[in-house]
Design a protein. Structure first.
Length: 130
């Protein structure tokens, strides 16, 4: 596992959006913008059961993440590694992210939606300006 610097980890805890790349069964990339987080060891994002991201991660655990600085798009970080999916704490986590990205508001839950946390263990990190 590769360690992120403190500056890189804090960068993941800002309001910058990330793009997540997963691999479809045909080998092509599937890209999705997501709210991003850092738990001190893993890159973390939240999704819901039934979406393509968890389905593709269960088939191929390798995930890439790219985060661009909203103020300076030439300042960025790209992280690749295996992902794990968990339900534990997912509802609390999406609310925490919503407060960060949505001006302090609670997440607008979809009735019956099962939230998931995805944790990516960094194996490859490339960055510019961080």
């Amino acid at each position: 596992m590769v360690r992120l610097t403190d500056e890189q980890g804090q960068f993941l805890k800002t309001k910058n959006l990330a793009t997540i790349a997963t691999i479809r069964p045909d080998g092509s990339a599937q890209l999705t913008p997501v709210w991003i987080d850092w738990d001190g060891e893993n890159v973390v994002f939240n999704t819901a059961e039934g979406r393509f991201k968890p389905r593709y991660i269960r088939q191929n655990r390798m995930v890439s993440v790219e985060v661009l600085d909203r103020e300076d798009p030439y300042r960025w970080i790209s992280i690749t590694g295996p992902a794990e999916i968990s339900e534990d704490g997912a509802e609390e986590h999406i609310n925490e992210l919503s407060h960060r990205y949505n001006d302090g508001r609670d997440y607008n839950y979809v009735p019956g939606e099962k939230r998931l946390i995805v944790r990516i263990k960094p194996e490859r990190v490339t960055a510019r300006g961080l």
